[in-house]
Design a protein around this ligand. Structure first.
Ligand SMILES: *Cc1c(COP(=O)(O)O)cnc(C)c1O
Ligand SMILES: [Zn+2]
Length: 612
């Protein structure tokens, strides 16, 4: 027991007790996780119940329940006091009368981890840390960087090199020393521990003191429900530190007599990072390691959770459960939360809501339960994932006529699901086949959009010249492209008839093109740094024979639509001319040169028509 504090640090497995000068991360004997055990009787005497019941919520309000000794040292950014959101529409859709979202994205760095950083970095100051090192999938790095900056302690963060820019930019902005590691989160954990030993830095991360800060989520929920305890609390689980902390918060207040029951705690995970759900249901004590987890829910894409034993134990004590869900359902729920409750969370934060249906069908949750789902982080952190379910169209021209045309085109009503790799056509489809699929899968009304439909059929035919099947995402890309490029198809100004190209490994590429300019056929040859460059140069050369007008390529963006060597590509090109007109067009094809030339043709026609 510490002298002036009522807690001890104990190993979850072998029960050895340590001082915080000895270790605050893992057990020195068996390597397992540590836990902070409070002397409940001693704590009871220090709590000021009047203050607790009569002051507004905030993470700082619960200092009595944190294992901190010196209140001079506290590093706070005013975390906590996040909204508990209730939306009738969301409740209705998910069939739970009292469904709440605890919106942890409203914390200072946009994630619940700030609550843990409050305790952990304050402890680092107490211990006189000269530097801090932390492993992260992104959010921990941002939070620890922010608190270290306030404490004036240098901070080193190790992240996998796949970490989204939104998360990295935060760490960099707070002055964190970011080290991108070619490897997984588990590699970062191992290396941060080695760095801590080698350089004497304090190792921050998913360890016991951080978990103590997470308890304030439980305390705030109780207060926000007018001192009632919900029936069920769900959170996404990566390392398990957050949900363990929340559960511990409920149990401690129960032991202190502040509440009369503990909610059922339910852990939720993506199918592709299911380290604990299977273990839970098989009655095992530890996680099942996944070497290369592959969920798009980056914050919980973790293969070896550090707080597995603690979390599995406490969930069992609470009579709770564990559930998993696929990534596509998570994206759907992410969209529902934003549209029906105006809570924009990153994919991980939508996992609990996405699991509700399964849990209801298994009678683990009932429609009459008071259910709280933790939306762990704000959607801006991983803005790319949030756009996966939405079509991406180029901008309209800057006139009200163009806006009207855009609205009338029905583009905004197109359903979208780029994540879907379902095969739509396994042989070349007939026009009626195309019509049916466009209607059924994308709500595209071909009778209202005859011009688009004709082009859709032509481009689908062109696609099948190269490939023998078409995925849903590919059909959608063509559909979007046809609608988005609609204006240019009116004209026969430029038509690319054919291209013959030659590539070399050691020399420049060559291309010969045949084009029609205002109906007249011309051909030309050119070389270029690559196939696309050579083909476009040849077209420019041919055009030069007939017109002064020329366009410049300002920006060229290539997206591969699906995996594999036969993947189709979607190129997005911005063109401009010397009159400062510009246009962005899209081309889709299994062949990069063809996709680029389709875009060039449309871009040229659009700008040529504009110049008059
Ligand atoms: C860290 C994180 C999680 C996972 O929390 P654990 O404590 O590792 O279980 C979930 N969602 C978001 C947004 C996170 O940043
Ligand atoms: Zn131990």
């Amino acid at each position: 027991m510490n002298n002036n504090n009522s807690y001890k640090i104990e190993c979850v497995q072998c029960k050895s007790v340590f001082t915080e000068e000895e270790t605050i991360t893992r057990c020195l004997k068996c390597g397992q996780a540590l836990d902070i055990i409070f002397d409940i009787e001693k704590l009871k005497k220090t709590i000021n119940i009047y203050n607790l019941k009569n002051t507004p919520i905030s993470a700082m309000k619960y200092l009595d329940f944190y294992p901190l000794k010196d209140r001079q040292n506290i590093i706070s950014l005013d975390e906590g006091a996040t909204p508990l959101v209730k939306s009738k529409e969301l409740s209705k859709k998910y069939g739970i009368k009292n469904l709440y979202i605890k919106n942890e994205g409203a914390n200072p760095t946009g994630v619940f981890k700030d609550r843990g950083s409050l305790v952990e970095i304050s402890k680092a100051v107490e211990l006189g840390a000269a530097g801090i090192v932390v492993a992260s999938t992104g959010n921990m790095a941002a939070s620890v960087s922010a608190y270290s900056a306030r404490a004036g302690i240098p901070c080193y963060v190790l992240v996998p090199d796949t970490t989204p820019l939104g998360k990295l930019s935060q760490s960099l902005a707070y002055g964190g020393n970011v080290i991108k590691v070619r490897g997984t989160y588990a590699d970062c954990v191992r290396l941060s521990s080695e760095m801590s030993e080698k350089y004497g830095y304090l190792l921050a991360g998913d360890y016991a003191f951080r978990g103590e800060g997470q308890k304030s989520i439980a305390y705030e929920i109780i207060e926000q429900l007018n001192w009632n305890v919900p029936d069920v609390v769900l959170a996404p689980v990566g390392c398990g530190t957050n949900l363990y902390g929340i559960a511990k918060g409920f149990f401690e207040w129960f032991q202190l007599g502040l509440i009369d029951k503990v909610p059922r705690i339910i852990g939720t995970q993506p199918e592709k990072a299911d380290t604990l759900c299977s273990a839970f249901h098989a009655n095992e004590k530890e996680h099942r390691t996944i070497q290369f987890p592959s969920s798009l829910c980056g914050a919980v894409n973790i293969g070896a959770p550090l707080d597995d034993m603690k979390l599995l134990n406490i969930i069992r004590d609470s009579k709770g459960s564990f559930e998993i869900i696929d990534d596509t359902s998570v994206l759907e729920s992410q969209k529902d939360m934003a549209m029906l409750a105006s809570v924009f969370t990153e994919p991980s934060g939508a996992i609990p809501i996405a699991c509700l249906e399964k849990l209801k069908s298994k009678n683990i949750i009932s429609e009459d339960d008071v259910v709280v789902c933790i939306a762990t982080g704000v959607g801006l952190k991983d803005s790319h994932s949030a756009t996966i379910l939405f079509p991406d169209f180029p901008a309209v021209e800057n006139t009200i006529e163009d806006i009207t045309e855009f609205l009338d085109s029905g583009i905004l009503d197109l359903k979208s699901d780029k994540n879907n790799s379902e095969i739509l056509f396994s042989t070349k489809p007939s026009n009626p086949d195309i019509k049916k699929i466009a209607e059924d899968k994308f709500s595209f009304d071909s009778s209202k959009n005859l011009k688009f439909f004709k082009e859709l059929c032509e481009e689908t035919d062109l696609f099948f010249e190269r490939r023998s099947e078409m995925k849903k995402s590919e059909f959608q890309a063509i559909l979007e492209e046809v609608i988005a490029n609609s204006k240019s198809s009116d004209s026969e100004i430029l038509k690319i008839v054919d291209v013959i190209g030659t590539h070399y490994f050691s020399k420049k590429a060559k291309a010969k093109v045949i084009i029609q300019f205002k109906g007249e056929e011309i051909s030309a040859e050119a070389t270029g740094t690559g196939s696309v460059d050579a083909a476009i140069s040849a077209i420019e050369k041919a055009l030069k024979q007939k017109t002064e007008y020329k366009i410049n390529l300002d920006n060229f963006e290539v997206n591969v639509q699906s995996g594999g060597l036969d993947a189709s590509v979607r190129v997005k090109i911005k063109f401009s001319d010397k009159n400062n007109n510009s246009v962005t067009v899209i081309g889709v094809s299994p062949d990069l040169v063809v996709a680029s030339l389709m875009a060039y043709q449309k871009g040229f026609v659009r700008l040529f028509m504009k110049k008059q």
